[in-house]
Each structure stands twice: as structure tokens, then as C-alpha cells.
Design a protein around this ligand. Structure first.
Ligand SMILES: Cc1ncc(COP(=O)(O)O)c(C=O)c1O
Length: 364
């Protein structure tokens, strides 16, 4: 079997795979309508929210774009907290649609400093919204969203959260932490294939939506809300992904959200302790190390690209590489969704063999 241990897409349980073999049905019919309503209600539970939740056909990036175009107008000032590749992407989307972006960056591998967020909000009272990545998949860092969200609401701003690689795996009470739009993707912790962005939309986000002037069509939340009343989506949805998600959500609810969150914490801990015991160094500030992806520095002679190549060719194991400027500098183990400690044991056993073959001279 191929060991796919990247931070999404993730391997799927048999039940979800089987669900995808279901024959096509009428996308305006009763059966899909009931399924969409059930999936949406189940997502609300797992998002810990009473807000509207929509299934948007597209990838997570589409969900980020949807958050921007549905709540902002050209010229709006936004504070964009970027601590890695995906924070930069969210920031760029806002810029591309004409927002006046105030960037707040942290060194890659570190979390956003909450004091700097406060200073930025104090310095610029005109800021309308704060954009933030909960879990930065490119660096393996989880921001302190609880503290950030408290601040954002103290200043009464809109909070748009990229929770693509955290929701459903790491605790994120969407209502408790006042997220106005929270976005995730089906291929991450949800044990489903790619194809859907799932987003929640608060009352405050709806008020912003009523005034937002950025043109929108495909991603229009108002259309999504109107169609959901009849268990439909405005445009043809990725039905096979919904079939799989419908099954995987039942599995998640059976396991229970607190257990899922605890399992991800345990598995992540096993990954971090395991790589350290091999003499490797974590890339992320350990205080903020992610429970869905572990980023490891290519130190002590390690050729990260060679490591990934040998793992793939000789051990049928795929780990993640570094993105953009982190190419060759780190590698990443994805541990979200359908994952247990045994999967991490398999990764660590393979690493033990391959590390010296890839030039690693540390840990002796
Ligand atoms: C934190 C985060 N944001 C955004 C994305 C982009 O999602 P997609 O590739 O589904 O468009 C990803 C995907 O890896 C991610 O992990």
C-alpha cells in the first residue's frame, strides 16, 4: 500500500471510498437535497457553530476567495496576518480584489505575535477586517487564534479565518472564537476527497455582505443561502465528494469531536517526539507546532529532496516537501484525517533507514 503522508489530500477510509462509487443522481432531486441538508447540519456540529454553513464546489483557495469577495469592497483596509505560504495567498487574494492590505508578517516557522496584532489594530482604526491563517500548513505552525480572535472582536472587526488544515482536526470553536467566515477543504481533516470548500458565515459577515461591493458571481453567499433552503447549491456540486463526505462526517460524529481532537494531538506528539529522537530538528516553534502537520528542518547534511525521492521509490511513502522558498530546506509529515499512531510509526521506521542514505549525519 502507498503511504500518503502529506498534509492533504489524505488517505480515505474504505467507507468513504465506497461511497464515491455511487451512481450519479439528479443534482436538483430529493435524495441529494436530503444529503446536502444532513451534511450541512453535521458540519455545523463539527465547526461548533450555529452560523450558516455552505458547500462550495472548488478547492480551499476558492473558499478563501469567496470570503474576500463576499465581505469586502475595493479600497477597504484589511489587516492580513501572514506567517507562511498560505497566509501570503490569502493576503494576495484580498490585494487582487482591490482591498488596501496592511500585511503583518512573522518569520516563517513562528506564530503571529498577538501584541503586534494589537499594535496594528491600534495604529489603523480604519481597518475593517482581519485575515488570518489558523494553521499554516507550509510551516507546521498553529496561530493562537483564540487570543487573536478576542483582540479582533475587542476592536470590533470582521474576522476571516483560513481554517483549511485545522477545522475538524484541531479545536476551533467557530462561534466561541467569533469567526465571521471560517473556511476549510474536504481533502484535509475530513477524510474526503478534494472538491469542496466548506465555509461558515456569521451574522456580522452577512451584514458586511450586504454592503460589500467586490463583484461576485460563482462564490455568491446569498445565492448559496437561497439554494440551501431547498437542499441545493446554485451550481452543480461535486456530488461524489459530497457522497464521501456524508459518510466520513457520520464516522467523525461517531468518534466524537473531542476524541478526534485528542487523537490528532497524540499523533502529532508522536511525530514530533519521534523525529526528535532520530536527531532531527523541528522547523516550527514548538510552542505553536501544529497537530496536523510536522515540518522538519533539513539539517546536518540532509538532502531533503533526495530523502523524499528514496522514501517514494523504495518505501512507497510520500511525505511533503517545502514550498516556495522552503523548497529543499524542510520536509513535512501530514497527520490529519484518517491517521493513527501506527501511521507515524511506519514513517519513523522508514526515516530511520533513509536518513543516512540522504546524507543526514546528525543524531549520532
Ligand atoms: C492553510 C491552507 N490554506 C489554503 C490551502 C489551499 O487549499 P487548496 O489547495 O484546496 O486550494 C491549503 C492547502 O494546502 C492550506 O493548507
Amino acid at each position: 500500500m502507498e503511504h500518503l503522508r502529506i498534509p492533504g489530500p489524505t488517505p480515505l477510509p474504505d467507507e468513504a471510498l465506497q461511497a464515491m462509487t455511487k451512481q450519479m443522481i439528479d443534482h436538483r432531486g430529493e435524495e441529494i437535497g436530503q444529503m446536502i441538508k444532513r451534511v450541512t447540519a453535521n458540519l455545523q456540529q463539527l465547526f461548533q457553530t450555529k452560523n450558516d454553513v455552505f458547500l462550495l464546489t472548488g478547492s480551499g483557495t476558492g473558499g478563501l476567495e469567496a470570503a474576500v469577495v463576499n465581505t469586502l469592497s475595493p479600497g477597504d483596509k484589511v489587516l492580513s496576518i501572514a506567517i507562511g505560504v498560505f497566509g501570503e495567498r490569502f493576503l494576495t487574494i484580498a490585494q487582487r480584489f482591490g482591498a488596501e492590505v496592511i500585511p503583518l508578517r512573522a518569520e516563517w516557522g513562528k506564530a503571529a505575535d498577538v501584541d503586534y496584532v494589537r499594535k496594528a489594530l491600534q495604529a489603523e482604526p480604519e481597518i475593517k477586517a482581519v485575515l488570518v491563517t489558523h494553521n499554516e500548513t507550509s510551516t507546521g505552525v498553529t496561530n493562537d487564534l483564540e487570543a487573536i480572535s478576542q483582540l479582533v472582536k475587542e476592536f470590533d472587526k470582521l474576522l476571516l479565518v483560513d481554517a483549511i488544515s485545522s477545522l475538524g482536526s484541531i479545536n476551533l470553536p467557530v462561534d466561541g472564537w467569533h469567526c465571521d467566515v471560517a473556511i476549510t477543504g474536504s481533502q484535509k481533516g475530513w477524510m474526503a476527497p478534494p472538491g469542496l470548500a466548506m465555509v461558515s458565515v456569521s451574522e456580522q459577515a452577512w451584514r458586511a455582505n450586504a454592503e460589500a461591493k467586490i463583484p461576485r458571481f460563482y462564490w455568491d453567499f446569498a445565492q448559496a443561502k437561497k439554494y440551501l433552503e431547498n437542499g441545493q447549491t446554485p451550481w452543480t456540486p461535486a456530488m461524489s465528494t459530497i457522497f464521501a463526505l456524508s459518510v466520513s462526517l457520520e464516522m467523525m460524529l461517531k468518534e466524537g469531536l473531542p476524541n478526534i481532537i485528542a487523537r490528532h494531538a497524540r499523533v502529532a506528539n508522536a511525530a514530533r517526539e519521534g523525529v526528535k529522537s532520530l536527531g532531527l530538528t523541528l522547523f516550527a516553534d514548538e510552542k505553536y507546532a501544529s497537530n496536523t502537520v510536522t515540518a522538519i528542518a533539513a539539517s546536518d547534511g540532509l538532502d531533503a529532496k533526495k530523502l523524499l525521492k528514496i522514501l517514494s521509490e523504495e518505501h512507497h511513502m510520500t511525505l511533503g516537501g517545502g514550498q516556495q522558498s522552503l523548497g529543499g530546506k524542510i520536509f513535512r509529515i501530514g497527520h490529519l484525517g484518517w491517521v493513527t499512531e501506527d501511521d507515524i510509526k511506519a514513517v519513523l521506521s522508514a526515516l530511520k533507514v533513509v536518513l543516512p542514505q540522504a546524507g543526514f549525519v546528525g543524531g549520532k
